[in-house]
Design a binder for this molecule. Sequence first.
Ligand SMILES: [Zn+2]
Length: 261
Amino acid sequence: MKISIMSQTDREVKFIVEGIRPAFANSLRRAIMGEVPIMAISTVEFSANDSVLYDETIAHRLALVPLTFDPKNYNMPNECKCEGKGCSQCQVTLVIDKKGPTTVYSKDLKSSADDVKPMLPDIPIVELAEGQKLKLEAVAKLGLGKIHAKWQAAKVGYRYYPEAQTEGKISNAEELVKICPKNAITAKDGNILISEECDTCQECVRAAKPEGSLIVKGNPNKFIFTIESISGLNAADIVSLAIDVLREKAKEFGKQVKGLK
Ligand SMILES: [Zn+2]
């Protein structure tokens, strides 16, 4: 297996993996989306809500606010020493206490833990008019994206790596450079080269002369992955956590298979 990073920021990582099969690529994608534990608001108790939004709507909006957290500090509720009753190792309390006229933003969530806070400060939650109050206590817990989208770590997509094959010489190579909607083609001596931007749309294949002189297709053993974090974790950390999950699953599977003997 060969991996090369195409681009990387805190929020997004793009890389090429070579030497894996589609089934493995899909396992990785599913682990990233559904199996990496993420911190999100899970229950909200309201003591005052005079706003125009129902309690449920505000709770839903709060749950979708990405929260930063240190994965080392928290357990999944069902794996915690407290047996899911709730303690400082498996949950964090955040409170809002605001009075109108004002707009309540994500930054108004005051957290009981230093590492847990809204990833972005200016997500509007609700507008309060003169005299209206919003007072609530929210509890955030770790959970999995496969249970609810609020716990989804990242958006992830992959595609086959584009490759071009030529049969003989293409007579209109220069023309194909202009036709490509992704500007992914460069021409050289009647031959063409395609870049990673190519999405195998086949526009150039249809226009190539003589007919059949060009084949563009994706390599099913080489993938371009794009992972964009939509949680409080950075994109590269999400990938390594997802790989840990896959490793654990394989280990567990091996253990159980041994028990079959
Ligand atoms: Zn606990």
